[in-house]
Design a protein around this ligand. Structure first.
Ligand code: AMP
Length: 112
């Protein structure tokens, strides 16, 4: 666990969140400021600042859970978007790897 990391604290239950999924390696919880009707964050329990620091195994584990989580949120059929903001130019504000899962409406593109 990294000190002063809000997603570490959410992952270990120190800070409350609206969890939609949890296992021994990751959690998924509702984004505090949703950008779509469905907006959850998939977060590894082990701290990694971003996708460049995370192990391929944990990335694969989280990606492997996407279908199940999307289905549980009712967006698997119509579709959804995964976003991994990385670093300053990528717009990452919380420096603990997270995958945004967004859906529940037709999303615009490009994002900027
Ligand atoms: P990013 O800009 O990709 O780093 O995304 C960080 C996301 O974390 C934003 O969408 C925030 O709304 C969300 N966020 C920050 N703090 C919390 C929190 N305590 N609970 C849920 N979502 C949060």
């Amino acid at each position: 666990m990294a000190e002063d990391c809000i997603f570490c604290k959410i992952a270990n239950g120190e800070i409350p969140s609206n969890k939609v999924y949890e296992d021994d390696k990751m959690v998924a919880f509702k984004d505090l400021a949703p950008a779509a009707p469905v907006h959850v964050l998939l977060v590894p329990k082990a701290h990694a600042k971003d996708i460049t620091e995370a192990s391929p195994e944990i990335v694969a584990h989280m990606m492997g859970k996407v279908k199940e989580i999307a289905a549980s949120l009712g967006v698997a059929e119509n579709g959804f978007r995964l976003v991994i903001n990385t670093g300053d130019d990528g717009g990452q504000t919380v420096k603990h790897l997270h995958i945004h899962l967004l859906g529940g409406k037709a999303l615009g593109w490009p994002p900027c």
